[in-house]
Design a protein. Sequence first.
Length: 192
Amino acid sequence: MPSQREYVLPSTIRLSGDGIVLREWAETDLSALVELYDDPEIDRWTPVPSPFDTTAAREYLARAHEGREEGRKKAQLVITTDGEQPRGEVLLFPSELDARDVELAYGVGSRHRRQGLSSRAVRLLVDYARRQQGVRRVLLRIEPGNSPSIAVACATGFQLTDDEPITLEVKGRQMRLLTWCHQNGGAESLSL
C-alpha cells in the first residue's frame, strides 16, 4: 500500500504569473465577494449558499481565515489581475479519497468571465501544487453539464479519468462529479 503523504500549506500564499496575482482573502474584500458569488452560475455549479449576501460573505471569509491557521490543509485564494480587486477565487485542498492527491476548484465573477482568468489561475496553482507541495495528482471534479469548467480543464492540461463518479448531495440536489486529472498526474485517462 502506498504511503499517505500529508502536506501542510503555509499560513499565507501569494502567487503571481501570467498576468494574475493569487492572494489571500481580506476583510476589505467583503463587498466584492458578494458581487462575485451572488450569481446564478455560481449557485448552479458550486456549494456556495444562495442568495449570497453580506452575512454569507462574512461567514465565508471567517472560514477562509480559519483555514490560515497553523497546519492548514486548504487554500482559498482570490484571483486578481492587480493584486487588489477580486475577480474570482481558486481553491486547493486535499482529496478525501487519497491524501497524496489535491483537488482544485474555481469560480469567476460574471463581469470577469471570458478573460482566461480561471485557466491562468488553475495553471499557476497546478504548478505550485507540483513544485512546492510535491503532490501525486492534481484533480478537478466537474459535473458533466458544466461546459465552462470542462473547457478550463481541457485548456489547462487535464484529462477525464476512469475514476468512479462521485455523487454528492448539495443544496438539496444530487451532483454527479467526474474526475479530471492533470496530464502529468499519472492517472489513466479517457479521451472525450
